[in-house]
Design a protein around this ligand. Structure first.
Ligand code: SF4
Length: 117
């Protein structure tokens, strides 16, 4: 009887430890799923306007934001910005400049910082 209780307790503890091991994976999956549900930043949002954010980097007002001029500037997109929280040149993903929102991979704003390779 005592042996059976010991065995059940061991199994219970094993299950608990195994469940805890999967917790980080579940957390990552939850965040990825939630990120996909975030709305896009509105280009007319005051902070987006202040930073010159546009969904399509070709639409940047370079007179107002000369950072995106020249050969080097033309290569700046959200997808190669250090603050873009995903990989890939398509779609959209969160950006730490706009909490709770997504920005387009082909977008741009004046806070652009080169992603380290
Ligand atoms: S900080 Fe980077 S990723 Fe975020 S909107 Fe600006 S250019 Fe795009």
């Amino acid at each position: 009887m005592k042996e059976k209780a010991h065995k059940e307790r061991r199994q219970f503890l094993k299950l608990g430890v195994t469940s805890l091991a999967y917790l980080p994976l579940a957390s990552i999956a939850y965040r990825v799923a939630n990120a996909a549900d975030l709305p896009l930043v509105d280009e007319k949002d005051p902070s987006a306007l202040r930073l010159g954010y546009v969904h399509d980097a070709a639409d940047v007002d370079t007179a107002k934001f000369p950072k995106r001029t020249g050969d080097a500037g033309a290569k700046q997109f959200c997808h190669n910005c250090a603050l873009y929280q995903s990989q890939g040149e398509g779609g959209a993903a969160p950006c730490s400049i706009f909490p709770g929102k997504q920005v387009k991979a082909q977008g741009w704003c004046n806070a652009w910082v080169a992603r380290k390779q």
